[in-house]
Design a protein around this ligand. Structure first.
Ligand code: SF4
Length: 396
């Protein structure tokens, strides 16, 4: 099986099959922030509510051109780069559509679904992510109310997406204002389908990661772990640096979509559990006490996974300009990664400038180290695990 780029699989995954349209709205959704990990939920929800799939429009990846054309003069009062970019997405959906939208839908995602739920303190979104929709909206109402002028309904419900029961109620309260004949039972059924679709999407990416790891194990070759936040898959935010590395022949795995099969987790974490250091493979209490933020929790968890998994010989850390959330994680992530000899590199303070020359030099440096060091790293990590890899990874 060819080794695939997960980012592409993520961005181009097929959407839910459309039901016959019942409701004639055109909805625009900015492709920003936690939409990168939850868009499958939203698309399925609206399709299940009878909106034609073709009438659910996402903005493009972030780009300088998008920002210049649609976001200029409408900037948010926020120095954090991924939030600043939101105005370009709003503008593209409001001003850049051949067929205008009726609704701009920007959920304020308070909590994020996570496979670590129940093992960590909370699954909150970053506070700046939560505030982002409102601060961006303000830029479109500063001089005149652009929404009013264009006749676009701005719909931005706060949604605790990690808790299906609460999320259903929040969505019902918000959506019945625009879908006047909406029944609670109908919404409940749509929400259940949306969660199923999101889960299936996540699982399909985990299956691809497993195939990549298994291929690496069979061929005794290394791969790279990308440690970032979901929006670093946006080519305008993460600058597709991981694709440049992949071009050197090193497949990329994203930390959010690592395989969670019990055989693999038992193999990786068995000793830590036996030693009483952690209670389960999903326990991060020994390395991250303040586990309130879903994306940060997953980042720390993935760093440890990558530090133990033999064929992940290098982890690359991505972080955006002015990220307050990432500051306290820099040292722990590096220490965890390097504990068993995994290579660690950082692309920090990413913003709109992509210094192509310096990225190229750093990518070449990383590729050089991977080539030189990987065989030894694989060998020593295999020895540290003591038992043989599970069949799932290395069929006998
Ligand atoms: S995680 Fe960091 S970069 Fe991302 S929205 Fe929050 S503060 Fe900004």
């Amino acid at each position: 099986m060819p080794i695939q780029i997960l980012q592409k699989a993520f961005a181009k995954a097929p959407f839910a099959k459309s039901k016959p349209p019942k409701r004639d709205f055109r909805i625009g959704i900015p492709r920003v922030l936690n939409q990168w990990s939850t868009h499958k939920f939203w698309t399925t929800l609206f399709v299940e509510l009878g909106i034609n799939r073709r009438n659910i429009v996402y903005s493009s990846d972030t780009s300088e051109a998008q920002q210049l054309k649609f976001g200029k003069g409408r900037g948010a009062v926020d120095c954090c780069y991924p939030v600043k970019c939101m105005s370009g997405h709003y503008g593209e959906l409001l001003d850049g559509q051949k067929r205008p939208i009726d609704i701009l839908f920007v959920p304020i995602i308070l909590t994020v679904p996570s496979f670590l739920r129940g093992h960590v303190r909370e699954n909150m979104a970053c506070p700046r992510v939560i505030a982002g929709p409102e601060s961006t909206r303000a830029g479109f109402r500063r001089e005149k109310d652009v929404f009013k002028e264009l006749g676009v309904h701005y719909l931005s419900p706060a949604v605790s997406l990690a808790d299906p029961q609460i999320a259903t109620r929040q969505l019902y309260d918000a959506l019945k204002g625009v879908i006047t004949d909406l029944r609670l039972a109908e919404l409940r059924a749509a929400v259940a389908k949306a969660y199923d679709a999101l889960q299936e999407f996540d699982q399909s990416l985990r299956r691809q990661s497993l195939a990549v790891l298994s291929e690496c194990a069979t061929q005794h070759r290394p791969c790279i772990l990308a440690l970032g936040r979901p929006y670093h898959m946006d080519t305008g935010i993460g600058h597709a640096i991981e694709s440049e590395l992949q071009a050197f022949g090193y497949p990329i795995l994203w930390g959010q979509y690592l395989p969670l099969d019990a055989e693999i987790l038992d193999w990786l974490y068995g000793d830590l559990i036996k030693a009483g250091r952690i209670q389960s493979p999903f326990d991060i209490s020994d390395i991250w006490k303040t586990s309130h933020s879903a994306n940060t929790n997953e980042l720390l968890w993935a760093a440890r996974y990558g530090s133990i998994m033999p064929w992940i010989t290098c982890s690359i850390r991505f972080s955006s300009y002015e990220c307050g959330m990432d500051q306290p994680t820099y040292s722990p992530v590096q220490e965890i990664t390097e504990a068993l000899g995994t290579l660690f590199f950082v692309f920090q303070d990413l913003d709109e400038t992509k210094p192509a020359g310096s990225v190229r030099i750093r990518v070449e440096t990383i590729a050089y180290y991977l080539e030189q060091k990987s065989p030894k790293i694989i060998q020593s990590k295999l020895e540290a695990l003591k038992t043989a890899p599970p069949e799932l990874l290395l069929p006998t």
